[in-house]
Design a binder for this molecule. Sequence first.
Ligand code: ADP
Ligand code: MG
Length: 477
Amino acid sequence: MLDQNQNANTLLSSDVVSDEASILWDRFLSLIKQNISELKYNTWFKPIKVKSFSDNKLLLSVPSSDFFDIIINRFGDYVYRALSSIHNEKLSLEYVVEPLLQNYVDVSFCNSVPYVSPASNPEEITTFTKPAFIPTIHLNPEYTFENFVKGKNNDFAVAAALSISNRPGAQYNPLMIYGGVGLGKTHLVQAIANNLLLALPNTRMMYISGPEFTTGFVQSIRSNKAHEFERFYKSLDILIVDDVQFLEGKESTQDSFFQIFNQLYQLKKQIILSCDKPPHQLEGLEERLITRFQWGLTVDIQPPDLETRIAILNKKCDQEEFSVSYSVLEFIALNIKDNIRSLEGCLKSIVFESEISRQPISVDLAKRSIIKFGTTKSRSPNIDISSIISIISKFFEIDESLIRLRTKRQEVVVARQVAMYFSKEITSCSLQTIGAHFGGRSHATVIHACKCVEGMVNDNLSFSKKIEKLREDLLTS
Ligand code: ADP
Ligand code: MG
């Protein structure tokens, strides 16, 4: 992403968008429009503006860095591949953040909510909607309870979240939800926020992530507004801080947060927190804060079991109106276990791949897509060392027997090392067993071979591409 100030000139000079850029972008939008829901389209694509297109470089502007993160994480692959499919040459994409325009919210975020719900006093509205230290955060309107699949892995967290969204401040305060990356913490805390905004539109609520809270605090100090910053947060009815682990090591931010926490807690205002680990494992966080985080209710979210993963995939298919067979969903769920974001990403990638290539969605297509989601550890059940040697010998056009024996010709050595490397990665054989398949070599030789391959992958782009291609061949064999 480009830095906003650095690129002020680029932006000024490219304010008049070339025809070519607009045409490319319009074609892209119509392709995307066919593939995603209207809500998603309006929320995430309409706000993107095309700035310029030259030397196969497309410059896009997004309204905030949060928005940029979402576009990259959720739709990055889509955007890139959709553009590649309508533009024949290799494209590079660059994003620049351009701050929110005044009328931006009502046009593009028709269904999303401003970061602070309106206060009853008009004077307060001005004070609270535009202070310099408040970041522009929007809730994702799709993060609702209806869209959240309940399973054994998250049932306590869901029960607590529902209970709070019905009676904030009454029972569990603070609510601390913790769990690994991509397991639904943000979805769940935003579901509480979305629910509360509907039920209690005049509640003064703030949803903010740990890093944004920190940035806001630092900026408020710089602009001599630390006092207002704290006063704003202390005046809320509901405060949601997502990813509090980011306060680790930030002493003055923690201090300010401590004051805010105490005030809200004493006034029985609801505090909701999420964290990527159990609070007692937070390092670099003051003990007094950790203790407070545990005053209320602490619930965890665990990785979902197979059934829940399939249910989540089913839910996403309903939401996006994808029609995908059970066997494909099961295949994805069997291969992606620890991260729901990847589960979702993989499903979308398969659907998209099928649309772009005009092939039906099949397990075969899924196999090819799934590799991108880092599932190389999900072992291909049929592949053994001999098959690996056979595939690699064909790939390098070297006789199998040479790979198995002790020939020291450079190209044979490399192919043999690659075969050892993949045998270790893909099969569950011991290093001794692997060595035995290559002319009785020791386990140390296998380790050495793996290190050599890793070194070449890091140093040599074309070699690294070969390895990627081979991995794909091996895992889909
Ligand atoms: P975290 O904040 O824990 O890293 P997120 O809340 O961002 O995870 O979740 C990642 C993605 O997975 C989101 O798109 C979210 O909608 C989806 N997700 C997570 N858990 C569930 C669930 N139980 N049901 C449906 N979708 C889920
Ligand atoms: Mg999150």
